[in-house]
Design a protein around this ligand. Structure first.
Ligand code: AMO
Length: 434
C-alpha cells in the first residue's frame, strides 16, 4: 500500500490511512474506540456516534477482533489515548474479516498454553511481547553478521544434506537421497574446516543444524540455528576471543537498538551488556569448583562430562559468562587437537552462560596422520570422510573455531524459560508441523 502510514508515524494535523488488525473495540455508548494495531504499535480510532455517518459507525464497530482493516482520517492530539493521538475516521474498509472464534487472544488478556501458541504462531506473534523476542533475535543476528565482517570473516553456506555425520552416530536424521541413504547435517563442522583451508581463511555460517536427540527438554531442539566460526592460523585462545566479541556485539546491539522491545519484555532495567572479560576456567578447576559447591550427590572425577546440575551449580558460583577450557581429550570429538605437552588434554573449550552451555569449540587437528588416527580411535571409518581428510594432504593450516547455539543465545539473553520461545516453528519430539 503506497499511501499507508504506520501507526507510530501518524502525526497530529495530518490526514492518514493506517492499515492493520483490530486489536480491541471499546463501546462506551455515545462514543466508542477501536484500537488498530500494526507492526509499529497501536493507534486509537474514535467513533463519536451521533456526529458520524451510520454506515461508517456500523462498519467500524461491527468488525470482529483481528480483522484486517484500513482507516482513513484526521490525526489529532489526545492525551487520554494510549499513544497520545487518535484518528477520527472518514472511512473504514474491512480488508479481511477474521473468524470471531479465535484460537488464542492476541491482546494477551487470556493466556494460552505454549502448544496452542505454537500451533497458531501467526496470531501468537501479534502479541507485542512475542514480536519483541523476534525483533531482538533479528537484531542480535544482524549485529553478529556485522561483527564477523569487521573481524575479517566471509559468510558461507554449506550443505544440509550430507552422506555422513560428525557429532556422534546416534543423533542423525536419515533421509533418502535418490535411493541412497543420506542424513540431515548435524553441524557444518567439516565444511567450515575445509573453507578455513581455502583462501577464504576466516569464515562464518548462520544456518540450521539437525539433531535427532531423544532429549525433550526446555533447552534442546531437533532443528536449531548454529552460528559457526572457523579461522585459519587461529588457536583456541583466539577462537575464544572471537566468540566473546560476537556475544558482546549481540548484547550491545540489543541494548542500543531494542530499548522498546526490552521495555515490552519488562527487561529495560535488568538488561546488562557483559563488559568484563569472560573468565577462562580449566576443566580441572571447573570440576573442583563444582565439587566444592556440595550440590552434587557424587563428586565429579577427572574424565566425567559435566552433568546439568553441575553446570547449574558452577554457573551460580561464577555468575557471568565463562569458558571451560582444557577438556579431557577423550570426551571431545576427533577433530579437536590435543595439547602438545599433554595428549590427555584437549584444546576444546565451551562457553557457558550461568544457565547453560552456549558454545563448543577448539583448535582443530590439522595434521593428516593424527587426524586419521583420531577417526579410528572414535570408531569412525576414515574412508567415509575421504573428501575431508584428503584436503589435509594439500596444505591445511592450523585452524580453530566454534559453534554457538542461536536460540540458546536469545533464550539466555532474555531469560526465557523455554527454548521454543526463541524459535518461530520449533522442531521437537512432538512437533513436526507447523
Ligand atoms: P555442539 O554439538 O556442542 O558443537 O553444538 C554447539 C552449540 O550448538 C547448540 N546446540 C543446540 N541447541 C539447541 N538444541 C540442540 N539440540 C543443540 N545442539 C547444539 C548449543 C551448543 O553449545 N561442531 C561443534 C562446534 C565446533 O566445534 O565448531 C558442535 O556442533 O548451544
Amino acid at each position: 500500500m503506497q499511501d499507508r502510514t504506520y501507526t507510530a508515524e501518524a502525526e497530529p494535523g495530518e490526514t492518514v490511512t493506517v492499515a492493520g488488525w483490530v486489536h480491541e473495540v471499546r463501546d462506551l455508548g455515545g462514543i466508542a474506540f477501536l484500537i488498530l494495531r500494526d507492526t509499529t504499535g497501536q493507534i486509537q480510532v474514535k467513533f463519536q456516534k451521533d456526529e458520524m455517518d451510520e454506515d461508517l459507525v456500523e462498519t467500524g464497530l461491527g468488525v470482529s477482533r483481528e480483522s484486517v482493516i484500513t482507516v482513513t482520517g484526521a490525526v489529532e492530539e489526545e492525551p487520554r489515548a494510549p499513544t497520545g493521538v487518535e484518528i477520527t475516521p472518514e472511512s473504514v474498509e474491512v480488508v479481511a474479516a477474521a473468524d470471531p472464534e479465535l484460537p488464542l487472544d492476541p491482546s494477551g488478556k487470556v493466556d494460552a498454553e505454549i502448544s496452542t501458541r505454537l500451533d497458531n504462531r501467526t496470531l501468537d506473534l501479534r502479541k507485542e511481547e512475542v514480536q519483541a523476542i523476534f525483533e531482538i533475535r533479528a537484531e542480535a543476528l544482524a549485529a553478529i553478521r556485522a561483527h564477523f565482517r569487521e573481524v575479517g570473516c566471509t559468510e558461507i553456506n554449506t550443505p544440509k544434506i550430507v552422506a555422513t555425520g560428525t557429532e556422534g552416530g546416534t543423533e542423525l536424521f536419515p533421509i533418502t537421497y535418490f535411493g541412497q541413504e543420506a542424513f540431515m547435517n548435524q553441524s557444518p563442522q567439516l565444511f567450515k574446516q575445509l573453507m578455513a583451508g581455502s583462501s577464504l581463511e576466516r569464515v562464518f555460517e548462520i544456518g540450521p543444524i539437525f539433531r535427532a536427540e531423544e532429549h525433550n527438554t526446555p533447552r534442546h531442539l531437533n532443528e536449531a540455528t548454529s552460528i559457526d566460526f572457523e579461522g585459519a592460523f587461529c588457536d583456541h585462545q583466539e577462537a575464544m576471543d572471537v566468540v566473546e566479541g560476537v556475544v558482546k556485539a549481540a548484547y550491545e546491539a540489543v541494548a542500543e537498538e531494542c530499548s522498546e522491545e526490552l521495555e515490552t519484555l519488562g527487561l529495560a532495567d535488568e538488561f546488562e551488556v557483559p563488559e568484563e572479560a569472560f573468565p577462562r576456567l580449566s576443566y580441572e578447576e571447573a570440576i573442583e569448583r563444582i565439587n566444592a559447591t556440595g550440590e552434587l550427590e557424587e563428586q565429579l572425577v577427572w574424565g566425567d562430562d559435566l552433568p546439568t546440575e553441575g553446570e547449574k551449580a558452577l554457573g551460580e558460583d561464577v555468575g557471568t559468562h565463562y569458558f571451560i577450557t582444557d577438556w579431557p581429550s577423550e570426551i571431545k570429538p576427533f577433530y579437536i587437537m590435543d595439547h602438545e605437552e599433554d595428549e590427555q588434554l584437549s584444546t576444546g573449550f565451551d562457553l557457558m552462560h550461568p544457565r547453560m552451555e552456549l558454545v563448543s569449540g577448539g583448535q582443530r587437528e590439522h595434521r593428516y596422520e593424527e587426524l586419521v588416527d583420531g577417526f579410528e580411535q572414535q570408531g569412525l571409518d576414515p574412508d567415509a570422510f575421504e573428501y575431508y581428510t584428503k584436503m589435509f594432504k594439500y596444505g591445511m593450516p592450523p585452524h580453530a573455531g566454534w559453534g554457538l547455539g542461536g536460540e540458546r543465545l536469545v533464550m539466555t539473553m532474555l531469560g526465557l524459560e523455554n527454548i521454543r520461545e526463541a524459535v518461530l516453528f520449533p522442531r521437537d519430539r512432538q512437533r513436526l508441523s507447523p
